[in-house]
Design a protein around this ligand. Structure first.
Ligand code: ZN
Length: 380
């Protein structure tokens, strides 16, 4: 009797265990639709399309979009659904950019060299950085026309001589909504509307005042976000990605005007991911940032919002992996993981692990690179 009872108990336990396993599997298959979306960022490229240091006239493995391109391709291969964004500061900063401004023709046939490279990588959208304005507004407009992807910015407005008002005219399209066809975890096709909005540090109006004065004005980032996010939601955005050309902290000179840092932006309701730049740092990394309240360096969130910053000159690719679940009639971000991938790293103090350059980008840039070198040689 006792022996029999024991046998019965084991069988019952096995049955319960099986039932639990079965239930779990059932939950995964018949649970709410779930999407894994990878959002990728480059930022502050400053004309660095290939691994070449125009300042010292030497090749380098430490930066350049041709290497970031290899990381982008690898990241795309790993993920069923992905989007690629650039966060600005492209048109000024190195010898190639200087050559492009001073002696490269810009017309229908000749796009700005940086876009010859970037267009091949099929960016989904970008935002303008303050350096886009360094050679004047006309040059910026002519250059950006060469991009095969939309530029968004919500807080630069056309100057009308009045104080900042609700009905001010946006200079760029403030946002775009990308209708992205994605594959969910059950292998089903889904439509996900990804809203993308851009912001710039208002210090641009000060640093480039010769071009801004009388032409353009800049509003507070946080207030602009609070205005546009509900509009984007009402226009059907399922999730919202913010491209913020501003640092984790606001620029020196803006401390008085609160709301212009990524920390402030992260508190705005409705933003699911922030890709930021401008300050040439990387996020998330283990350094003094760890001491700042609201930052979780394990997942890479700031006040609960996923965020990433991909360094500068193409030396890192920034990634945010979002798990998005359909619940209560809407798509919601359930969890996120932000990571940064460098194009090279030092191992055991000397040896370098280098990401190989993408041969297509190198090939595309070959002539403009040579022309830039010739230009620099003859420059006074
Ligand atoms: Zn900048």
């Amino acid at each position: 009797m006792k022996k029999g009872m024991k046998k019965y108990t084991i069988t019952l336990l096995s049955f319960i265990a099986l039932l639990l396993v079965w239930n779990q599997t059932e939950a995964e298959v018949s649970g709410p639709p779930t999407i894994h979306l990878r959002v990728m960022e480059t930022t502050d490229l400053h004309g660095n399309m290939i691994g070449y240091d125009y300042e010292d006239r030497r090749k380098t493995v430490e930066f350049g979009l041709s290497r970031t391109a290899s990381l982008i391709k690898q990241a795309r291969n790993e993920s069923p659904n992905s989007l690629l964004f650039d966060n600005g500061d492209i048109l000024e900063g190195n010898g190639l950019d200087e050559y492009a401004y001073r002696s490269h023709p810009l017309d229908m046939a000749n796009v700005h060299p940086v876009f010859k490279a970037m267009n091949t990588l099929l960016y989904d959208a970008a935002t303008a950085g303050n350096h886009e304005f360094n050679y004047g507004i006309d040059f910026m407009e002519e250059s950006l026309r060469g991009a095969n992807f939309p530029y968004v910015n919500a807080n630069i407005y056309v100057e009308d001589g009045n104080q900042l008002e609700e009905d001010d005219l946006n200079y760029f399209n403030p946002y775009t909504i990308i209708e992205k066809e994605v594959t969910d975890t059950a292998g089903e096709k889904q439509k996900l509307n990804v809203g993308v909005i851009g912001f710039i540090t208002p210090i641009v109006a000060e640093w480039n005042k010769e071009y801004f004065r009388g032409n353009l004005k800049v509003k507070n980032i946080k207030e602009t976000a609070e205005h546009f996010i509900p509009i984007m939601k009402s226009k059907g955005a399922d999730i919202i990605v913010a491209l913020a050309h501003t640092g984790l902290q606001s620029d020196k000179g803006l401390e008085e005007k609160k709301g212009n840092s990524v920390q402030a932006l992260s508190k705005v309701q409705g933003i699911d991911a922030i890709l930021f730049g401008h300050s040439h740092s990387v996020f998330p990394v283990k350094d003094e940032l760890q001491k700042v309240p609201g930052i979780d360096l394990k997942t890479g969130t700031i006040n609960g919002t996923a965020a990433v910053q991909a360094g500068y000159w193409g030396n890192h690719l920034g990634l945010i992996d979002l798990k998005i679940v359909f619940q209560g009639g809407e798509w919601k971000v359930k969890s996120s993981l932000s990571t940064i991938r460098p194009v090279y790293r030092t191992i055991k103090s000397k040896k370098k692990e280098v990401i190989p350059a993408d041969p297509l980008i190198e090939q595309i840039m070959k002539k403009d690179h040579q022309d830039a070198l010739d230009f620099l040689k003859h420059k006074k």
